[in-house]
Design a protein around this ligand. Structure first.
Ligand SMILES: [Zn+2]
Ligand SMILES: [Zn+2]
Length: 244
């Protein structure tokens, strides 16, 4: 198959490599859409490619780029019991793998694995290729009314925004201020507005703020023109924190 490698210093290469085969517990996804996010630009620009970013275990070989995978299951390895692993199932992929045994992995936080995580597209082969091997327990069903492109976005940025809102326990009668209207912030604005919340969107870019308005923000604040917070105002905040 053909696969894209980020070699560092803004160089990339399309290489012919063998198709991946599934190990025990793995599935192979035929990739239909593979997104690019801000992290990919870091990997692309970094002197030593993704290896120099310091995410999880360091790989000693070049890595296929792409950490927003979406496609169709085409093969399953031994011991896979997930109903999602049936051939032909449309899936997204949570692009991390951990040991599966530590308290972080067992809590669903494989990216925080005590033993060091694998981040596909950074230190494990990613989705800029025809096929990708992932653990069967890292795939998520893609509903029929969502496109593969939408699924790729949800696999990273939009899913991160949803995870934050979910952890906040946002309700439709609440107001939320979302600082920064990049892809994750805009996703948060879109999702929170759809949930019925009043969204105050903040950014320094007029284009981003207009997009936030289109996505349902009730108020927009241009922080380059005026400070949204007065000193010692004593706001009671519930912040979203975590990693994508
Ligand atoms: Zn991403
Ligand atoms: Zn672990």
């Amino acid at each position: 198959m053909k696969a894209v490698y980020f070699l560092g210093n803004r160089k990339l290469e399309v290489r012919d490599v063998p198709d991946p085969t599934p190990g025990p517990g793995d599935v192979i996804i035929e990739i239909k859409a593979s997104g690019m996010c801000g992290s990919d630009l870091k990997y692309y620009r970094a002197a030593d490619g993704a290896a120099s970013i310091g995410l999880g275990k360091k790989s000693d070989k070049p890595i296929i780029a792409g950490h927003e995978p979406c496609g169709v299951v085409v093969e399953a390895g031994k011991g896979v019991r997930s109903p999602l692993a049936r051939i032909g199932t449309r899936v997204m992929n949570h692009h991390y793998a951990g040991c599966g045994c530590c308290h972080q992995c067992r809590g669903g936080w494989t990216q925080m694995c005590d033993d060091g995580s694998t981040t596909f597209g950074a230190n494990g082969d990613g989705a800029h290729a025809k096929f990708m091997r992932v653990p069967a327990d890292s795939i998520i069903a893609l509903p029929a009314d969502l496109s593969f492109k939408a699924g790729a976005a949800i696999s990273c940025g939009t899913g991160t925004a949803w995870g934050g809102l979910d952890r906040l326990g946002l309700r439709g009668n609440e107001t939320i201020a979302i600082f920064g209207q990049g892809p994750v912030g805009l996703s948060g604005t879109q999702l929170a507005a759809a949930m019925g919340a009043r969204v105050i969107a903040l950014d320094i870019d007029e284009g981003r703020l207009q997009r936030a308005k289109e996505f349902g923000a009730s108020e927009i604040i241009d922080c380059s023109a005026s400070s949204p917070l007065r000193p010692n105002e004593g706001l009671h905040e519930r912040r979203i924190s975590g990693s994508s």
